[in-house]
Unconditional design. Structure first.
Length: 1259
């Protein structure tokens, strides 16, 4: 199968063969004046007379070899396809010139000299110009090929191929797609429809994408005037021109191109032709009844005009190749870009190493006797890890992998790297010891590096340095410790793997320390896979050993021991070093105790009593204290104890707990763990509130008494570092509001008290809502213990948990690893973006420490390929790279991108929010009839759609909100709409716009010629320039189709429908598309039905009763449905369309019949649209992500305002850090011309949708 090579490469490899034997059926085909191409020459019976009795033929001889020698200079000027298939040239010329085809005449004879029988073939090409062709051969086939070759050369001599004389239009052939045929090498008569079907089959099987057809006018010369001689159609496959056809009309030229290309393919790929013939020609199309498509003459002309215009555009010409056409891999270019930020380390000679090691030993000795760092040395030596340093060194020396279980306060993070380096220095090998230590977060990498440098009496950048995203202070080479984030190191390993020259980076590394391996985010798990692969590969090649040390306070040691066992020469599990902690006792208080004591104070309202009246406090206390954390059976139904907790955190109670600690103690800082930015902001505002809601009278706003610090990934590193510095003046107490950033690695000085909400923001995928989002989930007990340990690092401390003891007892030890709770499609794209050399996605995930099920992996890859995020080679497309940056399921994300580019931004974001949330329309049991009527009243008259009902109601509500909140609330009540759901839709819509901005999608639209410059404010999703086509309901339905793929159904009866999986199903009774709402029901016995294709969001099965009331039979219902027209479905819904004898078959199940030529142009428009969209997505990646700029800007200030770039934040952005871009910036940005051409494409398609809807639906 030629699924990974250029089409022409196969053709070129057959060149020698093609010059001596017929390449295709066209080479053995004859043409008749009746308009059909067939062998009709006078062959008669072979003469049985002796050769000496045959007539002598006239000279010169026209064997193929004779012609090649005689016309050597002319042949050098001929196109490859002319030489490969000269009959195509002759046929096309005669069709366009006279409307006739060759009439081959054969005669047997001999030449003077040796008596050998010869067959001569002759035919007339052009009577007016007296062009006669002749060819000789041993057989009729050879003679016919030579004659065609001679005819092609005669036409070249007169320059009639490129510039034919005017056609004789009066004798133009009336041949059409059914009567025009070509004879193949096996004698098969192939008509145009069958040829088109074969080409489609061939391209699909070989992964070449759709065949591409271009048509142009051909001019002839008459005197001094240029006249239209006809049309030339050129067929390309996989980006390579294969064959052409000429005719007196566009249609005839197109048909000739189909026939000639099919003949060419059949001759060179006879195995594919044989497989094609095995497919039953009259098999039933698809699994569903056919849909009929009809295009008016005006619409047909518009479609052809748009196709021709875009086909010739620069935008289409620059499209990225996603089919099997071979293109040199861009790995080298990518690697160069990625390695640009890394400093090459020059190698040293043995003498230089000895000298450098000597200097390092002298520095270490000086450090050991320096009185200025005596206190620092003593503090280091008192840490528990130093008591076990010998054990650490021995196990690391004797084993490739070592697991270090070091309790909180043991000093593992800061001391183990130094122990390893100092040991090498004392052995006079200091310059050869280079240690890399990974940290899960930027703040940890930077702060630990600074701490270690300080402990060594150095400045950062000497023997200790760091490297994080957008910031690095690397140490001096040869004898160093480098702290970096997981993502940065993963990039460096990837670059070293794909470029053998990059191995020098690893050759200089002696130790890799992975700290906090228990966190198990996707990047950590991927890093484990890559490190394991790299270490195993180096062992096989006999390269220098690299020691791997895995460190954590709460790691599941056996899991990691067994995972790396195969790297041990003995095959034994990796050894474990256990180091006790050095921490002071921490007294733990849970919510039952804390609430009871606070309530016993009987605080007046103005001193804090108001807290107990707050709704979120009442509900939270009732569940955690009165109901002991909720019903156990509800929480453990699926064994998942770290379930998402929708109950709001009791912010006033948290604030009161902070104030209570302040009033009951004189010193010691307070560390408060909160899930994310929103929660931090609320508590921050409550602490600084001046609206009369006092908290025990504590003046938190007094800067002479308190400092409030925020630790969050969006806060600039410089601001976060301030928490590690001494306070401005004695007596000032710090309140640190932090996410889980402060849970591990970093130690904040003088923290004595911890207030812990027990929650963390985790990225989770909701398959019902098709949404990946950050949710508030309970942490594991190991995390709670880590947080509590922060209070006992310097002296005895206290821990206050905002959870009940019962809740604590039911939590898991560890959180669910990220790879098991996120959308696997995003994991697959992440791995693809890393482009790990020699490792497929399946290999990477199968090698993970806890691999996901293989069927989930295959399903995710199939979905990504269908949506266009992966190409035929399963590489990440430009669309996939953009989707990787959006917090949505890929199909919803693709809908948002299309909506933005089709200038329907605000509605598409609202639709995305609608499709990813619960239905806001409520339907009480006693008011179902009224609820259905209300829902139906919001449905568009022409386009039945449940999502559009919600969208229309949403816009009405938002309009009223800007007028009066009371009117808006009354509207919700009157229309039975859920206010929380509507608010959630509004919030999601705003956050999605910010995601598109961060992905640089909005930049492309801003470059359009129709954009109005705006200098006064930031862009908003409601700006008119982004919503030129917002009023097009057909476009909205098309966008819903993009998001719904492959969920489509076809109506088969008054109430029954059919999907690709279900022979019979029903629209849910609550849908406005159900039979009780639809007025124009199909007539019984109707054949092909137009309009009745439906997109749906989900299928549900009712197993209790059937329509007749029989128990247990079950019915399948479709929910959230939208009716589509055939044009919308083919352009935006169908993923793949194949030509058949009856029309098109979409996605191998839904047939579309109708005008054959109109269906053909629809298929071609979809192909160029998809290609152009990929080019635009590629252009988005051409600049550095805007996040880079925003990350360097000033982050959230301590007044509680959000980051400038993230106004509505942060439930959409992970607190986990993205330390390196998933892919490097590309070099091909969109030109102004391409932007203009793209606008022409999108506006043209919207006009087609509107025109079709107007003609067929009365839109």
């Amino acid at each position: 199968m030629a699924d990974s090579a250029n089409w022409r490469s196969r053709s070129a490899s057959n060149a020698a063969h093609s010059r001596s034997t017929p390449l295709s059926g066209a080479n053995s085909a004859g043409h008749s004046r009746g308009g059909s191409i067939r062998r009709s020459g006078k062959k008669g019976k072979h003469s049985k007379a002796p050769a000496k009795d045959l007539p002598v033929l006239s000279q010169p001889s026209n064997f193929m070899d004779d012609l090649r020698k005689r016309y050597i200079s002319l042949i050098a000027q001929a196109k490859t396809q002319w030489i490969d298939n000269p009959k195509n040239v002759v046929y096309s010329y005669m069709q366009s010139r006279t409307g006739t085809t060759p009439d081959f005449q054969f005669v047997e004879g001999r030449f003077p000299g040796p008596i050998n029988k010869v067959v001569r073939c002759t035919f007339l090409i052009d009577q007016e110009f007296e062009i006669h062709s002749a060819g000789d051969g041993k057989t009729q086939k050879e003679a016919e090929r030579a004659a065609a070759f001679h005819g092609m050369l005669l036409l070249m001599e007169r320059d009639f191929i490129a510039n034919p004389p005017p056609g004789l239009f009066g004798t133009s052939s009336k041949a059409n797609a059914k009567t025009l045929t070509i004879s193949l090498s096996d004698g098969t008569e192939l008509n145009v429809e069958r040829a088109r079907e074969f080409l489609d089959y061939f391209c699909h099987e070989c992964h070449y994408g759709n065949p591409d057809l271009s048509i142009e006018e051909v001019h002839g010369q008459h005197g001094r005037r240029a006249l239209i001689a006809g049309w030339r159609a050129v067929m390309s496959i996989g980006g390579t021109e294969v064959a052409e056809g000429m005719g007196t009309s566009k249609k005839l030229a197109q048909n000739m191109a189909y026939l000639n290309t099919a003949a060419q393919i059949e001759g060179e790929y006879r195995d594919m032709w044989a497989k094609f013939l095995e497919v039953p020609q009259n098999r039933p199309m698809g699994k569903a009844p056919p849909i009929f498509f009809h295009a008016s003459e005006s619409l047909d002309d518009s479609m052809r005009e748009l196709y021709d215009q875009i086909r010739k555009s620069e935008l289409y010409f620059n499209r990225p190749r996603t089919t099997a056409a071979f293109r040199k891999s861009s790995v080298d270019e990518v690697s160069t870009v990625r390695r640009r930020g890394y400093r090459e380390t020059p190698s040293l000679t043995d003498e230089q190493h000895a000298e450098k090691s000597k200097v390092m030993l002298e520095s270490l000795n000086a450090y050991q006797t320096d009185d200025r760092v005596q206190a620092m040395r003593s503090a280091r030596e008192a840490l528990p890890v130093h008591q076990r340093s010998g054990d650490v060194l021995v196990k690391v020396e004797l084993n490739p992998v070592t697991v270090c279980m070091a309790a909180t306060g043991s000093g593992k993070t800061t001391q183990i790297p130094q122990i390893l380096l100092d040991d090498a220095i004392l052995r006079k090998q200091g310059s050869r010891c280079n240690i890399i230590c990974t940290q899960p977060r930027r703040i940890a990498a930077i702060s630990v590096a600074q701490r270690v440098a300080k402990e060594r009496g150095e400045n950062i950048g000497e023997t200790v340095g760091y490297q994080v995203r957008f910031d690095s202070k690397l140490p001096q080479p040869h004898g160093s410790i480098t702290f970096c984030t997981t993502g940065v190191f993963l990039r460096r390993l990837q670059a070293a793997m794909e470029d053998p020259a990059g191995a020098s980076f690893l050759d200089s590394v002696t130790h890799i320390l992975m700290d906090e391996v228990h966190e198990r985010d996707v990047e950590t798990d991927l890093l484990l896979v890559v490190i394991k692969r790299v270490l195993a590969d180096r062992m096989k090649r006999g390269r220098t050993d690299i020691k791997l040390i895995l460190m954590s306070a709460t790691v599941d040691a056996k899991l990691f021991q067994n995972y790396f066992a195969e790297l041990s020469p003995s095959g034994r599990p990796a050894p474990v070093v256990e180091i006790p902690g050095r921490s002071f006792p921490v007294e733990k208080h849970y919510l039952e105790e804390t609430v009871a004591r606070l309530q016993s104070l009987a605080l007046p309202r103005e001193q804090g009593g108001w807290v107990w009246d707050e709704k979120n406090v009442v509900e939270y206390v009732q569940r955690e204290v009165i109901h002991h954390g909720g019903h156990i059976e509800d929480a453990s139904k699926d064994g998942d104890q770290d379930v998402v907790d929708d109950l709001e955190i009791p912010y006033p109670l948290v604030s009161l707990m902070i104030a209570d600690i302040v009033t009951r103690s004189d010193d010691g800082h307070i560390l408060v763990f909160l899930p994310g930015w929103d929660e931090i902001k609320v508590v921050h505002q409550l602490l600084l509130s001046t609206d009369g809601r006092s908290l025990l009278g504590v003046p938190f706003a007094d800067e002479n008494l308190f400092e409030i610090h925020i630790l969050h990934s969006s806060v600039p590193v410089e601001e976060q570092q301030a928490v590690f510095e001494p306070v401005r003046a004695p007596g000032i107490r710090r309140i640190i509001l932090s996410t889980n950033i402060a849970e591990t690695s970093v130690t904040i000085p003088d923290v004595v008290y911890v207030v812990d909400t027990g929650r963390v923001k985790e990225k989770r995928y909701d398959p019902q809502r098709h949404l990946s989002s950050l949710v508030s989930a309970w942490v594991g007990t190991s995390n709670l213990n880590q947080r509590a340990g922060r209070a006992g690092r310097h002296r005895a401390g206290e821990y206050y948990g905002v959870l009940s003891k019962s809740r604590y007892n039911r939590l898991r030890v560890h959180q669910t690893v990220e790879m098991k709770r996120v959308d696997l499609s995003n994991v697959v794209m992440h791995i693809k973006a890393l482009n790990l050399p020699g490792m497929d996605v399946e290999d990477v995930l199968a090698a993970a420490i806890e691999p996901p099920a293989s069927d989930r992996v295959h399903a995710a890859m199939a979905d990504l390929k269908r949506i266009g995020a992966l190409d035929y080679h399963l590489n990440l497309t430009s669309l996939g790279k953009v989707l990787l940056q959006l917090p949505l399921e890929v199909s919803i994300g693709k809908m948002c991108l299309y909506g933005a580019f089709f200038r329907c931004l605000d509605p598409v974001l609202a639709l995305a929010a609608v499709l990813t949330n619960r239905d806001p329309f409520m339907s009480p049991m006693h008011l179902k009839k009224e609820a259905n009527a209300i829902r139906d009243s919001w449905c568009p008259v022409t386009f039945r759609s449940d999502p559009l009902c919600v969208l229309n109601a949403f816009y009405e509500w938002t309009g009223l909100q800007s007028v009066s909140s009371s009117q808006a609330n009354r509207f919700l009540y009157n229309n039975m709409l859920s206010r929380p759901t509507m608010l959630q839709i509004q919030q999601v819509k705003q956050n999605l716009f910010q995601s598109l901005e961060k992905a640089d999608v909005i930049k492309v639209i801003r470059r359009s010629s129709s954009m109005v410059p705006r200098y006064r404010r930031r862009s908003r999703e409601t700006d008119p320039e982004f919503n030129i086509n917002a009023g097009s309901t057909p476009l909205l339905c098309a966008l819903i189709a993009v998001a719904s793929s492959p969920n489509f159904a076809i109506r088969t009866g008054e109430r029954t429908f059919r999907t690709v999986q279900d022979k019979t199903c029903f629209v849910h009774p609550s849908s406005v598309c159900s039979s009780k709402f639809v007025k124009d029901k199909p007539s019984k016995g109707a054949g092909a039905i137009e309009k009745d294709i439906y997109a749906f969001a989900e299928k549900v099965r009712n197993t209790s009763t059937s329509s007749s009331g029989a128990a247990g039979s079950g019915m399948t219902f479709l929910r959230s449905c939208t009716r589509l027209d055939p044009l919308t479905y083919m352009l935006f819904g169908a993923t793949d369309a194949h030509a058949t004898a009856q029309g098109l078959e979409c996605d191998s199940w839904l047939p579309v019949t109708g005008n054959y030529d109109a269906l053909d142009v629809v298929e071609r428009i979809k192909s160029v649209m998809d290609s152009c969209m990929l080019r635009v997505f590629e252009g988005i990646q051409s600049t550095e992500p805007s996040a880079m700029a925003s990350s360097k800007s000033k982050g959230p200030s301590t007044d509680g305002s959000a980051p400038p770039s993230d106004t509505a934040e942060p439930s959409w952005y992970s607190d986990a850090e993205e330390d390196a871009d998933p892919m490097p910036p590309m070099t091909r940005s969109l030109s102004d011309r391409e932007v203009s051409e793209f606008e022409t494409l999108t506006s043209g398609i919207v006009k087609l949708l509107n025109c079709y809807a107007s003609e067929h639906l009365g839109y």
